[in-house]
Write a protein that binds this ligand. Sequence first.
Ligand code: HEM
Length: 396
Amino acid sequence: MSGRINLLAPEVRAHPYAVYAELRRNAPVCQVDPGGYWVVTRHDDVVAAFKNPQIFSNTGMRVATKPEWLGHNPFADSMIGQDPPNHTRLRTLVNRAFGPAALARLEVRVRQFAEAIVARIPEGQVVDFVDAFTLPLPASVIGELIGLEPSLHARCKRWADDLTSISANPQDEKRREEIRATVREAETEMAAVLARRRREPREDLVSDLLQARVDGESLGDAELMSFMFLLLVAGLETTIHLLGHCMRFLMARPDVLERLRADRSLLPRFVEEVLRYEPPVQAIARLTTAETELSGVRIPAGARVMLLIGSANHDDTRFPDAESFNMDREGVNNLPFGHGIHFCLGAPLARLEARIGLDVLLSRFSRFTSGGPLEWNHSFTVRGPRVLPVVAHAKP
Ligand code: HEM
């Protein structure tokens, strides 16, 4: 026993914010279980670390996602695991393909997907909303984004789950082989997409990426593959949990639901407050390159650090009355999407999916009630319901 707080203990997972508040007051930077990570809990310290990639490096992710038993993993080499100058070059190349034009194209498709998915939800009976809504919408959007045929969209979740479980140890040989098979399968399908778009470019992200040039330089084949793996991992689980948290608030707060039904233009405000109150990404990992200090606490060089966005978003010094859910707060809080050079590339897309998905749901259903106990996922970094039983009531 280390005597440290275990952030994966079931009672902490169910109510993490009281534990974070205690840490902010009494141990704003300290080591926790599992893994002995150094957690940073105060808003200003989290922002300071995000702003200092020289000391708080992203390279730890590469080591964690490419263990010896796996050998090859395009995700490990993606830009999220890189520091400048490599990160700067890759980010500049992909930025352009991810701009407002791409988003406008996707908006139409997001609505089509949402309408088809919501039309299939049975009314008046208990339904697992993860299966019925929060998973299929982002899976279709990510599948479309990386150019997969619709018949392959349902595979995205298994691929992403396998890729994100790589750093969890120990893994038995059967599980390791499953993960190796997933890497091969995903890579084969994505290579086929790249080859098709090379032959016949379309108006889509993959075609734009193939044509992206900065100072005459383009993305190499391995870099393109790594970026597609990154989109799959970064854009799926996160958005699933954002939608899951939105549903939790719609069920728990009939007053909020009433306001949204009366005025759909409030949906973006609602989504922002859900992102503050229940950020799907609770913690972001960094590796210190030198000894440093935050809130007067010395952190050694080579320390594995977790910046607790979940705690920063409940810091009263930044958000007055932080424990109340209040969609009338002024100003946008971008911390749920990170800060600085690695700020989430998909933030506008995630917001769009939530706004449109909820809009389509509210067009068909008048209210949502709980259909049974929620089950939380089991992860330090990403938080959301794994099972979410809901009864959706049709409009009278
Ligand atoms: C990075 C959160 C959805 C693509 C990040 C980071 C956060 C984040 C916190 C910063 C990582 C770091 O600093 O190391 C979220 C949340 C989402 C979401 C909460 C949904 C609610 C998406 C979507 C996509 C996406 C839909 C793409 C389709 C990315 C990429 C990066 C990133 C590519 C890496 C950027 C870089 O390294 O420069 N995201 N994300 N995300 N996100 Fe998101």
